[in-house]
Unconditional design. Sequence first.
Length: 351
Amino acid sequence: MFSRTRMQSAATALLGLVAFLATPASAAEVVLRFGSINTESTAAYDQVLLPFAKAVEEESGGRIEVALKPLGGYGKPAELFTMVEKGAIEMAATVQGYHPGRFPQSSVMELPFMFDNSISGTSAMMSLYKEGLLDKDYASVKVLGLYVLPPYPIFTTGKKIQSVKDFRGLRMRTPSTTVGVALAKLGAVPLGIPLNLIGDTIASGYVDAIAYGWDSATTTKGAGGKFLADQLKVVIDARLAAPALMIVMNRATWESMPADLKKIIEKHSSDIAMGSARIREAQEAVTKKKLQNDPRFTVLTFSDEQRAELQKVTAPAVVEWKANMAKLGIDGERLYTRARELIQQYKVATK
């Protein structure tokens, strides 16, 4: 028979083995809670954010854990940037437009008719940042990527927009204040509504139209378990403007990390903005074609003459933007001119 001492020793050894097996082989030195406005099974989440997170973890040998969560995983969309600033989470992929007035320099990219596609727009935005022209906007965080989406179409609950006068009185969800100013010049009533509430406002009749992406409309949940596209009937290929987006990191966390781990994050974030732009551009084209062939939708476009009229009517929005920048001590003329130069440069390069 076993003595009590031997039995106690065996029990202690067993408990030790259980504890050893339950302990991770290598605990992470740095845990990065990463909030996102994107849902799972979307191109932005599955093809950009998730591969980035996995690549960082793998190359760090488990020293970095990227705790990525989709929409709602850490907080509401409009809360994520502030959460990063305060250190409630370490990283976020979110939208500048959720914070009116907080990113005045970056709003240059949201002015009407700035760029034709997200690749030239994103290239220009990243260049503006590297040249120090967006420095005030991101002084409190570490920037991993800045990018723009392809210029938005306009979805409506039934209204066919075929001229400037058709915008009058249209209650439209806008992705940012800057885009909203342009819509107001056209006669629309711009409404700032977080993406998680868009579906309910459409269902209630409070919103008549939304400026939103082709693909996002088919992947963003709306009211009653439907996708937003299922709540809408008409799509106008307006290509008026698009919001700016960002992937940022808490500055204190970044500064406290070992140099070798910083290099890993910088390596895998170096192409995250352009990678997102390329994927978004390709996905938009696929979904656009799909909706154009979907009998449930009426798909319209503007002629060159109509677009010229829209540009003329929205031009005062650019003048007002420059004046507002001057009040903030920002050289809006220089910023706007340089943004246009870069967009044209990258537009020619991508042809």
